[in-house]
Design a protein around this ligand. Structure first.
Ligand SMILES: [Zn+2]
Length: 622
C-alpha cells in the first residue's frame, strides 16, 4: 500500500491508484530532496523555535503564557513540519539502514509537545488556549480552527502511514471526534471554516481508519460551503467569493477568491468524488479545473494573480510583474491536479503537475534549502522598490506568515508519491525521475537525466509472467516530437491522448527507452493576456526560462533587451552555475538597435539565488 499522502480505498471510483512503493534514487529530484532532508527539514525545528511556535505549545501545556506570533494558525506550521518529517522517515535507504535517528527524535519531541497542549476534550489550538480563551468556534471566518485541525490530521495520517505508530494519530482523532460532535446541520454549530483544509484531511482519515463518520463529516463541510454561511458583510469582509462561499462546489464553473483556499477545497471535493462516485461533483471539478488551467494559470503554473486578498483574478488577468502566485497555491494546485489525474486517468492533469513542479513551485525554495519565496512573480524590474515583508521578491529565511516553507518541505518529502500510478492493465509513469516504482502488479526502474536531457530508460524489474501487461509513459503536451525504442522492435503507441502505451508480455530486464525532444522553443502568450502582449517566453522541455540581469551583457539597460521574432536559440550546460543548469542562449537586441546582444536565460526555478537584480520570463519582441 502507498505510503504517500493519498490512498483511495479499495471501493474508490478512481481510474488509477498511486504506486504501492515509490523511491527517487538519483538525478534532479533526488538532489533537491536531499537538500530538503539535510537542510530544510532539520533547520525547520530551529525556525519554529525562533518564531515562537514551539513556545506556544509549551505555554498551552502549562495553561498559561502569552501567545507568540501574528496569526491564529501558527500551530499549522508545526503540523506541516511534522507531516514533512514523517514522509521523510518513510523514505528509508534501499539498504534498510536507519540514518534518521535525529529526525525521529525531533518528531517524537514535537508530538509530545502537541500531546501536552491538547485540552481535555481534544481541542488543540494554542492561539485560542492562550490568547482567546472561551472564544472557541466564535470566529469561523478567520479563526482557522478547522484548518489547524486539518493539518494536524494530515500529519497524524502521515506519521501513522510512515511509521505504523499511533501517538500522533490518537491526538488527531481526539480532535476530530470533538469536531464531529459539534459540527453538523443538526448539531451545535452549523458552519464551515474560513480556510478549507479539513476536507482533504478528513477524507484521508476515513481512508486510514475506514470509519464512515469521517467521510460523512468531510461531505458535510464540502456541501455546506457555498451557502453563505461565512459572509456576514460586516467588518473585514472580502466578500463571499473570497472563501468560496458564494456558490456550492458542484455548481461552480471556475476558480475564484483566495487561491489556496479554493484549491484545498477542490482537492477535498475530489477526494469525496473519488470515494463516492458522485458524477455531478466530478463534472463540476473537471469544469473548474479546465477554467483554471485555460484562463487563470501563469506559464510557470503559478496561481492567484492578485495581491489583493491573495486571490485569483479575472480570466486572462495574468500580469507578470504583479503576479502573486503564492508558493502554497502552486503546492495546492499540484495536490489537486494529482487527485484529478488519479480520478480520471487523463494525462493533462499530470502535465500541469509537471509544469508547476519544475517552475512555480520549485522557485519557492532556494538552492540552499533555507531561503524562501512567498510570492513568485514572472518579472522584477531593475528599479524595483523593495520594502521587505512576506511579499518581498527577495528570498528570506522565514516569514511572519510561514505557511509556505513547511508546505514545500512536505511536498518534496512526499514527492515520490506523485511519480507513478497503476491500474488493472499495468503501470503509468506521470513524472520522470530516476528511481524505482511499483504499481499495477509490476515494478520498473527509471534512469534519466531529466529535465536536462530527454532520454528516459524504463527497465521492467517485475511483471506478470503469464499475461500481457501495459507500460504507459506520459508524453508531455509541450513535447513536439519523441522516439521510442522497445524490446523486439515492438512499437509503443499513443492510443490514448497523452499516454505512450506498450502492451505486451514483459520479462524482467526488458527496457523501453523514450527520447523526448528538448529543443528550446519560443512560447507566445494567449492574445487575451494583455499584461504580456508582444512578448515571448523561452521554454525547454518542462522548464520555463527567464532572463536575470546577472547573466546579461553589462552596459545595456535590462529593460531595453528584446528578442527578434526569428531569434536563434541554443543550449549550453553550465555545470558550475547555480548547482548545474542548462541555459538557453539567444541572439537578442537592444531596443531599436541593430547589433546582436547575446541573451542568456536560466531556468526560472533557480532565479533569485544570487545578488538581487532584475528578472523577466516574458521578453519583448522587436
Ligand atoms: Zn504559503
Amino acid at each position: 500500500m502507498s505510503t504517500g499522502p493519498i490512498r483511495p480505498t479499495g471501493r474508490a471510483y478512481t481510474a488509477l491508484r498511486p504506486a504501492s512503493a515509490a523511491r527517487i534514487t538519483g538525478g534532479f529530484w533526488a538532489a533537491r530532496r536531499r537538500t530538503n532532508a539535510e537542510a530544510s527539514i532539520p533547520q525547520g525545528t530551529a525556525r519554529l523555535e525562533a518564531a515562537g511556535n514551539l513556545a506556544n505549545l509549551r505555554a498551552a501545556a502549562d495553561g498559561k503564557g502569552t501567545f507568540v506570533g501574528d496569526y491564529p494558525f501558527q500551530d499549522s506550521d508545526v503540523h506541516k513540519w511534522l507531516e514533512a518529517a514523517s514522509w521523510q522517515l518513510a523514505d528509508r535507504p534501499e539498504d534498510g539502514s536507519d540514518s534518521d535517528g535525529e529526525l525521529a527524535a525531533s518528531v517524537d519531541e514535537l508530538i509530545a509537545l502537541l500531546a501536552g497542549a491538547q485540552e481535555a476534550d481534544g481541542y488543540l489550538q494554542t492561539y485560542y488556549r492562550l490568547a482567546r480563551p472561551d472564544q472557541r468556534w466564535q470566529d469561523l471566518r478567520w479563526g482557522h480552527e478547522l484548518y489547524c485541525a486539518g493539518h494536524l490530521l494530515q500529519a497524524a495520517v502521515a506519521h501513522h502511514r510512515a511509521t505504523g505508530r499511533f501517538e500522533l494519530l490518537a491526538i488527531g482523532v481526539r480532535f476530530a471526534v470533538l469536531v464531529d460532535t459539534l459540527f453538523g446541520q443538526d448539531r451545535a454549530i452549523d458552519g464551515v471554516c474560513g480556510h478549507p483544509e479539513i476536507e482533504t484531511a478528513l477524507m484521508e482519515l476515513y481512508r486510514e481508519t475506514e470509519e464512515q463518520r469521517w467521510l460523512d463529516l468531510a461531505a458535510y463541510f464540502v456541501e455546506r460551503r457555498g451557502q453563505g454561511l461565512l459572509s456576514e458583510g460586516t467588518g473585514r469582509d472580502p466578500g463571499a467569493g473570497y472563501w468560496q462561499d458564494h456558490i456550492p462546489v458542484r455548481e461552480a464553473t471556475t476558480v475564484t477568491g483566495h487561491a489556496v483556499r479554493q484549491l484545498y477545497l477542490l482537492a477535498g471535493a475530489t477526494d469525496l468524488a473519488v470515494e463516492t462516485g458522485d458524477a455531478g461533483l466530478r463534472a463540476a471539478l473537471e469544469r473548474s479545473w479546465a477554467a483554471m488551467a485555460g484562463t487563470k494559470t501563469y506559464l510557470t503554473g503559478g496561481l492567484g494573480a492578485r495581491y489583493d486578498w491573495e486571490s485569483f483574478g479575472d480570466p486572462y488577468e495574468l500580469p507578470p510583474d504583479r503576479a502573486y502566485a503564492e508558493t502554497c497555491a502552486a503546492i495546492a494546485s499540484i495536490q489537486w491536479s494529482w487527485r484529478m489525474a488519479l480520478l480520471t486517468g487523463d494525462a493533462k492533469y499530470s502535465d500541469l503537475v509537471e509544469r508547476t513542479l519544475f517552475n512555480g513551485f520549485l522557485s519557492g525554495v532556494g538552492l540552499d534549502g533555507d531561503s524562501w519565496l512567498y510570492v513568485n512573480p514572472l518579472q522584477v524590474r531593475e528599479a524595483h522598490e523593495e520594502f521587505g515583508g512576506d511579499d518581498s521578491v527577495r528570498r528570506t529565511s522565514w516569514f511572519r506568515c510561514a505557511c509556505c516553507p513547511p508546505n514545500v518541505m512536505r511536498l518534496l518529502a512526499s514527492l515520490p508519491h506523485y511519480m507513478a500510478s497503476g491500474d488493472a492493465e499495468g503501470l503509468q509513469l506521470h513524472q520522470y525521475a530516476t528511481g524505482v516504482y511499483e504499481a499495477g502488479g509490476g515494478r520498473v526502474r527509471v534512469e534519466t537525466d531529466y529535465p536536462w536531457r530527454g532520454r528516459i530508460a524504463v527497465t521492467v524489474e517485475a511483471a506478470p509472467a503469464d499475461a500481457d501487461w501495459t507500460l504507459s509513459l506520459r508524453i508531455p503536451s509541450w513535447c513536439p516530437d519523441f522516439t521510442a525504442t522497445a524490446p523486439n522492435g515492438d512499437s509503443p503507441a499513443e492510443t490514448v491522448p497523452g499516454w505512450l502505451r506498450l502492451r505486451r508480455r514483459w520479462h524482467p530486464g526488458d527496457t523501453l527507452t523514450v527520447d523526448l525532444d528538448l529543443s528550446p522553443r519560443l512560447t507566445r502568450p494567449d492574445p487575451r493576456v494583455d499584461g504580456v502582449r508582444g512578448c515571448v517566453a523561452i521554454e525547454r522541455g518542462p522548464l520555463v526560462h527567464c532572463l536575470e540581469g546577472e547573466d546579461q551583457r553589462a552596459g545595456i539597460p535590462f529593460e531595453e533587451l528584446t528578442l527578434p521574432h526569428d531569434a536563434h536559440l541554443a543550449v549550453r550546460h553550465e555545470p558550475d552555475l547555480l548547482g548545474g543548469v542548462t541555459v538557453v542562449t539567444a541572439d537578442g537586441r537592444s531596443r531599436g538597435g541593430a547589433d546582436v546582444v547575446p541573451l542568456t536565460a536560466v531556468p526560472y526555478h533557480v532565479w533569485a539565488n544570487r545578488r538581487p537584480g532584475p528578472m523577466r520570463v516574458w521578453i519583448p519582441q522587436e
